[in-house]
Design a protein around this ligand. Structure first.
Ligand code: V47
Length: 396
């Protein structure tokens, strides 16, 4: 596919060497990352990212039919950047009984979802069995549904609650039905930033330990970066390079699983203790997504999560390095954009497909592991078993 791609045009001469490296397949370094953030030629950065995205995925843009389930907002932590958490007994605090989570997943599967994405607060009193029962209950009632659940920080919390190692926790969750780990909780891998806004959350060593252990156990996972709060662009560059290095180690060590997808999350200040911060702008979002694509070529997919970036900007992001929009979502509690009072945040398949098609791409339904999905005449998914198995190849 490479030969047919035009050399991307840049107007800033300081991007020419970087472009040559990109085309030669030479990994970009921290200085390149800084240059990409500093250049006034944002659209040149976008064209470079689009070039790489096209090389990896052609004109395809992915989405999935999924349902997010946030099982509780009760959380032992009080993170400054989070508007989701409540203390037990506080107005708006909730805990879903196991049966409610299972029934919600079952309804999602009956409505055509191929994935549930289940995460919640660090509940101080829930026993480890609660999480195992959710997984085994869904697995028993919906054997085809992929369960992507529990961020690294929840996994560390379970290991403390259950007094088990991270490996033991992940093994038990996997055996109960866990399919993969979502990317949350990574925030920004930097001590200063961590101490300023993520105090109490696990640090990067634990986040990486959870994901590395998952990969060793054959559990694929995603990665995130929460940007646009108190971090600087150098810290974003370092965060992205740490993810690239971890992915490279998983590839070099031939682990049975690795990172599927990287999701840069645009910080939404409203409702959090950091409500005084301005948050990212649209162009800042596009640049960050494009830089993520360029600095981390060994994580194959970059997701513009429409809930965070907003659907209109996520659509444009498909031409700035992104190849995935997440999915139908339905309910999302963690953030609500533009003062939306409701957590009902749903896109219908026809809206997602129209959004992708209008941007000039081919809408392609995928499962959690990025295998394409065809549907039969009753709208039931037919998995394409032989689909993409180029997961995480070291070079695009
Ligand atoms: O870890 C919390 C972020 C994350 C805010 O793996 C906020 O496919 C913006 O990880 N503004 C959870 N972001 C969401 C997440 C995710 C989402 C979609 C897909 C996947 C995937 C993963 O949400 C948290 C945190 O970084 N977050 N508060 C906020 N005010």
């Amino acid at each position: 596919m490479t030969e047919t791609l035009d050399i991307p045009r840049v107007s800033d001469p300081t991007l020419i060497t970087l472009r040559d490296k990109l085309i030669a397949g030479t990994p970009l370094d921290a200085d390149d990352g800084k240059r990409l953030f500093a250049t006034p030629d944002l659209h040149g950065v976008g064209r470079l990212a689009h070039w790489l995205r096209s090389k990896l995925h052609g004109e395809v843009a992915y989405y999935n039919r999924n349902r997010h389930i946030n099982y509780t907002n009760v959380c032992a932590l009080s993170c400054k950047f989070c508007s989701f958490y409540r203390k037990r007994g506080e107005a708006g605090a909730y805990e879903m009984p196991v049966e409610q989570v299972i029934a919600t997943a079952e309804k999602a599967a009956n409505d055509g979802a191929t994935e549930v994405h289940i995460v919640g607060g660090l509940h101080p009193w829930m026993k480890f069995d609660y999480y195992l029962d959710i997984l085994s209950g869904i697995r028993a009632r919906c054997p085809q549904l992929h369960i992507k659940a529990f961020t690294a920080i929840e996994i560390v919390h379970f290991s403390r609650v259950a007094r088990l190692s991270i490996r033991q926790v992940l093994t038990q969750l996997r055996d109960a039905g866990l399919g993969s780990l979502p990317g949350g909780g990574a925030e920004i891998f930097d001590e200063r930033v961590h101490d300023e806004v993520f105090k109490g959350k696990v640090r990067e060593d634990k986040w990486f330990e959870v994901h590395r252990t998952a990969h060793e156990l054959g559990i694929f996972s995603n990665a995130t970066m929460l940007y646009g709060h108190v971090e600087g662009t150098d810290e974003r560059v370092q965060h992205l390079l740490k993810l690239r290095d971890a992915q490279q180690r998983a590839i070099d060590d031939q682990l049975p699983a690795r990172f599927n997808c990287l999701i840069p999350l645009s910080f939404i200040p409203e409702g959090s203790e950091l409500g005084h911060l301005p948050g990212p702008t649209g162009l800042g979002d596009l640049r960050t997504l494009a830089v993520a694509r360029l600095l981390v070529p060994n994580i194959l997919h970059i997701k513009a999560f429409w809930i965070m970036q907003g659907l209109h900007l996520a659509q444009i992001a498909l031409s700035y390095g992104c190849d995935d929009l997440d999915g139908t979502v339905v309910w999302y509690d963690i953030t609500k954009r533009e003062g939306k009072g409701t957590n009902h945040q749903e896109l219908h398949v026809r809206q997602i497909e129209r959004t992708i098609r209008d941007a000039g791409f081919i809408p392609t339904e995928r499962d959690t592991l990025y295998r394409t999905i065809e549907r039969d005449e009753s709208d039931r998914p037919i998995m394409q078993a032989a689909a993409r198995m180029k997961l995480g190849s070291a070079t695009p």
